[in-house]
Ligand binder design. Structure first.
Ligand code: NAD
Ligand code: DAU
Length: 356
């Protein structure tokens, strides 16, 4: 059996692919356009593994998506591919509309085409799993209850609006055409292979380089944090047992202010790699706030726990320690990302033609 993963060279997608291949004997076809966020070096441990089939391509390219589905006939599609960084969506929203909305539309139509050719058990068990975000629900005040699946959508950034649009498309393709979909809305992930433009990896790599740790606004914005391998296990659980047409919120029960996060990282670095110049907290710098900055996200993950028995394995303390240690142990990965060298990985490992 085969599953198709989109965006499997990105942060969460690559962790999911590694997890999937370790947990099952199925093949993963990985369709990824290798934008700046796609890094095949994340999957270097799979070189030569015949159960990982990489296809460089754009989810907006209907002909390519159709051909990939026709060739591999996956029993499920797990859709991660997206533009994912809120700050980039503020500076250039166009790419977000294209990939997150048009790309999801293209993939849904191609999936519907494949699904309509299936019969019997193959048709009944086919799944389109859409990976989405808690940001579609909007922003909470300190006393609001956490987001439940019944909460209305109130997206505030171009990124979250594009993800909300994609969630609506997925819902409509189920309601109108019967496509067997499930959607997961997850909180902030962290862990290995996280691109250092997002809060946690940026703070770690900047601290190690002696650079400023930029805190937007007053640093009191709250996010819920989930270790990325726990997100992978949640997707496995929902894909295996989630009810068709349902959405499941996934979270870590770890609400933290940004300032708490940065202080925790500094304390771990002070312990694991002390800097003779003094505590890393000296690098904390308050900068101009993100426009439209959502104040608080919090996830009520009781539905996935009640229906599927899923709970995160990591606490924030164990997950953040592993993460900081991973960055200390993978200075080469960080250096390749910072120099742009990771973009040569395809040419080096798959030949110039694949890199084109
Ligand atoms: P990422 O930015 O690290 O990776 C995105 C991947 O998609 C990259 O490999 C990129 O090359 C690929 N991609 C982008 N445009 C493409 C296109 N047009 N065609 C094919 N591939 C394309 O993202 P991430 O943080 O791993 O997030 C993965 C998914 O999870 C996204 O859908 C995101 O909205 C969602 N999500 C992320 C988080 C988080 O904390 N990072 C939390 C909840 C949900
Ligand atoms: O909630 C899930 C979402 O989490 C995902 O859907 C997104 O794809 C993912 O990028 C993430 O969005 P955030 O905007 O919450 O993540 P980011 O790491 O960009 O920022 C986390 C918080 O830290 C946010 O309040 C902004 C703040 N921040 C971020 C950066 C990069 C800073 O204070 N300084 C920074 O330099």
């Amino acid at each position: 059996m085969t599953i198709l993963v989109t965006g499997g060279a990105g942060f969460i997608g690559s962790n999911f692919v590694l997890d999937w291949l370790a947990q099952s004997d199925e093949t993963v076809v990985n369709l990824d356009a290798l934008t700046y966020a796609g890094n095949l070096e994340n999957l270097a441990s799979l070189d030569g593994n015949p159960r990982h089939v990489f296809v460089k391509g754009d989810i907006c390219d209907r002909a390519l998506v159709d051909a990939t589905l026709a060739q591999h006939k996956p029993r499920a599609i797990v859709h991660f591919a997206a533009e994912s960084h809120v700050d980039r969506s503020i500076h250039g929203p166009g790419a977000f509309m294209r990939t997150n909305i048009d790309g999801t539309f293209t993939l849904l139509e191609a999936a519907r085409g494949l699904w309509s050719t299936l019969e019997g058990e193959a048709k009944a068990s086919f799944r389109f799993h859409h990976v989405s975000t808690d940001e579609v629900y909007g922003s909470l005040s300190p006393t609001d209850p956490a987001f439940a699946e019944t909460k209305g959508f109130e997206p505030n950034s171009p990124y979250s609006a594009s993800k909300a649009a994609s969630d609506h498309l997925v819902r409509a393709w189920h309601h109108t055409y019967g496509l067997p979909v499930v959607t997961t809305n997850c909180s902030n992930n962290y862990g290995p292979y996280h691109f250092p433009e997002k809060l946690i990896p940026l703070m770690i790599v900047n601290a190690l380089a002696g650079k400023a740790l930029p805190i937007y606004g007053d640093g009191q914005n709250v996010r819920d944090w989930l270790y990325v391998r726990d997100h992978a296990s949640a997707i496995r659980a929902v894909l295996a047992g989630g009810r068709v047409g349902e959405t499941y919120n996934i979270g870590g029960w770890n609400e933290k202010t940004n300032l708490e996060i940065v202080h925790t990282i500094c304390a771990l670095l002070d312990e694991l790699k002390p800097d003779p110049a003094g505590s890393y907290t000296r690098l904390i710098t308050y900068v101009k706030d993100r426009p439209g900055h959502d104040r608080r996200y919090a996830i009520d993950a009781r539905k996935v726990e009640r229906e599927l028995g899923w709970r995160p394995a990591e606490t924030f303390d164990t997950g953040i320690r592993k993460t900081v240690q991973w960055y200390l142990d993978h200075a080469g990965w960080v250096a390749n990302v910072q120099s742009g060298g990771y973009r040569d990985w395809v040419a080096k490992n798959y030949g110039e033609a694949a890199a084109a």
